[in-house]
Design a protein around this ligand. Structure first.
Ligand code: EPU
Length: 423
């Protein structure tokens, strides 16, 4: 039996408009934050992706119900009947499950959470999350793979993160909103999705200063003082970058409605260096590409640097660019697995530890490949657009975890791409 796959053929320039959905790495955290207050919160611009469904299942097991109220609108109902236990079967499916820790610990003083596993691109420790919460008075005990977290009422603390970890900043922040006193998080992550979470928390009644900066100051409120709120999810900069990369390797002219240039500043500068023309238009971006891309060197860094999640797309673009590019990964040492798949398509890449040297070739050549994770899966689809002949991508469920109808949206722009059901 053949599993479901995506079939891509090179089809020339892309044209038209694409609407950029809300960000996976924001909506999952916003959903977890609804544990902080009783009532019904409504999120809009919610992407229709697999991970939203998994987070909804996890929250349902804990006591918050999710229901779609039309396309892109998700209602989360918290009746106050919460059981602060995150079971292994759900936690192991999604990294963002760790985001229930902060809200539950801060509000209820106890959580029983299965330890999240690693990803295909390496181990993903949570030591910074735990150290920050310990400084606020929490205790942790690990038994049989389950972290038992306890706290009377958390207290404010001055916490300096060793590294601006997105997840650690979020967990400390969502715990601090209910702590007694003031918490200062220094070297905090500054990703736009984190600011989106801060803004949601503020609309729930939290008191946060320094939003968007690397020092967040949180004045705790009494448990019970936060209320449900409505919020529009920030646009997904990684999905936006995926459409930019698709145009970059195919040529053409496309408008990305809803994409936010300000959140992608550094990336857009580097894409400009590669020969892409990107301009801001009314409520989004317009991209124009014609001719072969130029190679550049790129290093990933926490925001506002070039995000690690863009990297598979950049490596794919460099695979067909003119010249040699060196890509340095500073976040996840193992995040080069998809390189072997790109090599199957004829890319000339040497990857070693944190570095990859990419020598551009004029064209890739289609072949069957497998998506090892969400971002690499999307990059393999972009590679298929640049390859002569048929490319088939399996491991489609990874792509569906984070992309809202990537295949339909690319097809609407003129790409020759379709889903082939399992047979
Ligand atoms: N780290 C530690 N200890 C910790 C926390 C992090 O050593 O306690 C290390 C990690 O191992 C990693 C680095 O710090 O090397 C960065 O991790 P971070 O905590 O910033 O990442 P995350 O919160 O686990 C989120 C996104 C990832 C994205 C990273 C970096 C979600 C659900 N995930 O992960 O997105 O790559 O930030 O920007 O928000 C994806 O969407 O496919 C994805 C993997």
């Amino acid at each position: 039996m053949n599993e479901e796959r995506i079939l891509i053929r090179r089809a020339g320039p892309l044209h038209g408009e694409v609407v950029i959905p809300g960000a996976k790495n924001s909506v999952l955290k916003l959903m977890a934050a609804t544990l902080l207050a009783d009532g019904t919160s409504t999120l809009t611009n919610v992407p229709d992706i697999g991970d939203v469904g998994i987070m909804a299942e996890l929250l349902a097991a804990i006591g918050v119900r999710s229901e779609w109220a039309g396309a892109g609108t998700l209602r989360l109902v918290n009746d106050g009947d919460i059981s602060p236990v995150a079971p292994y079967e759900l936690v192991e499916r999604i990294r963002a499950s760790i985001n229930v820790l902060g809200p539950l610990l801060g509000r209820f003083g106890r959580v029983s959470l299965s330890l999240p596993g690693g990803d295909d691109f390496g181990s993903r420790p949570i030591d910074m999350h735990l150290r920050g919460l310990e400084a606020m008075g929490a205790t942790f005990e690990l038994q049989h793979g389950v972290v038992e977290a306890r706290a009377e009422r958390l207290h404010g603390a001055d916490i300096t993160l060793d590294f601006p970890s997105v997840g650690a900043t979020e967990n400390i922040l969502t715990a601090a909103v209910h702590a007694k006193g003031t918490t200062v998080i220094d070297n905090a992550a500054r990703e736009p999705e984190l600011s989106d979470l801060c803004n949601f928390l503020v609309s729930m009644g939290a008191q946060i200063e320094g939003i968007g900066s690397s020092t967040l100051v949180v004045h705790g409120v009494q448990p019970g003082d936060l209320h449900a709120a409505d919020h529009r999810v920030v646009a997904d900069r990684i999905q936006a970058a995926t459409y930019l990369a698709a145009v970059a390797v195919s040529g053409g002219e496309v408008t990305l409605r809803g994409a936010c240039a300000e959140h992608m500043e550094m990336l857009l500068r580097r894409f400009h260096d590669m020969g892409l023309t990107v301009t801001t238009v009314g409520d989004g971006l317009a991209v124009w590409a014609n001719g072969r891309l130029r190679s550049i060197d790129v290093a990933t860094l926490p925001y506002p640097g070039i995000a690690t999640d863009y990297k598979p797309l950049i490596v794919t673009m460099l695979s067909v660019a003119d010249g040699v590019g060196i890509v340095t990964e500073n976040l996840y040492p193992g995040r080069f697995r998809y390189v072997e798949e790109l090599q199957r398509l004829g890319a000339d890449i040497r990857a070693d530890g944190h570095h990859a040297v990419v020598r551009g070739v004029p064209h890739l050549s289609g072949a069957p490949v497998r998506a090892p994770d969400i971002r690499a899966g999307a990059a393999l689809i972009v590679a298929g657009l640049a390859a002569e002949g048929d490319t088939t991508v399996t491991g489609v469920h990874h792509i569906d975890r984070g992309y809202d109808d990537l295949v339909g949206r690319l097809a609407a722009l003129g790409a020759d791409i379709e889903r082939v059901p399992a047979s």
